[in-house]
Design a protein. Structure first.
Length: 201
């Protein structure tokens, strides 16, 4: 994923239900996210990664400037606290946070660089002060961001298909259980290849 001179700003946006066991949260969800960047050109500065969680609100766990080596980035992802698990899933607020706060120079976002959002969720979005559709449309229009979605367990798959960039078949994935993120190698490969197939491995 993005080796050589290819540049990208990648945001991982995730939700985990309060019913998700801490061990499963770490061994499946966090390991999957970490594995996305196993071969990314982090150390060169070409690829920057931000991590955002959402529950009752969106929260930036770290911005694009925080980790500049692949080793530190992957360790930070795996250290994410299971306390972020939540029964609420205000996706509208999280997308608004990304659009208005994270995608700024102060947070390390680079204008003119290809940007991507990888959304992983296990629940439908909750009621929000912000329209999910409106926020998605504005992010795609204003930043030319490509959005990948991965639905798990009770996620609203129709909603995730709506959010995903076109063609949907290349930007939307789903699995029945959280542990399938690791067990099903195709999910990881499809997201990686979808971001930049010619630079994958």
């Amino acid at each position: 994923m993005f080796s050589g001179n290819v540049k990208a700003d990648i945001t991982v946006l995730f939700h985990a239900s309060h019913k998700t066991k801490a061990k499963l949260f770490k061994n499946s969800l966090l390991n999957f996210i970490s594995s996305l960047f196993a071969k990314a050109a982090i150390d060169s500065g070409n690829v920057k990664v931000a991590l955002v969680n959402y529950g009752a609100t969106g929260t930036i766990l770290f911005n694009f400037n925080k980790y500049t080596t692949k080793s530190d980035l992957r360790k930070a992802i795996r250290r994410s606290s299971a306390k972020v698990r939540n029964s609420n899933a205000d996706l509208g607020d999280a997308l608004h946070l990304i659009r208005t706060k994270l995608f700024t120079e102060q947070e390390g976002f680079r204008s003119g660089i290809p940007s991507f959002i990888i959304l992983l969720t296990d629940l439908p979005s909750s009621k929000s002060s912000y329209s999910v559709q409106d926020e998605v449309d504005r992010i795609k229009r204003d930043f030319k961001t490509t959005i990948f979605t991965v639905g798990v367990e009770k996620a609203d798959l129709k909603e995730l298909q709506m959010i995903a960039s076109s063609p949907t078949r290349n930007h939307f994935q789903s699995v029945a259980k959280l542990q399938d993120l690791i067990a099903n190698k195709d999910i990881l490969a499809n997201v990686r290849n979808g971001i930049h197939p010619r630079k994958f491995y």
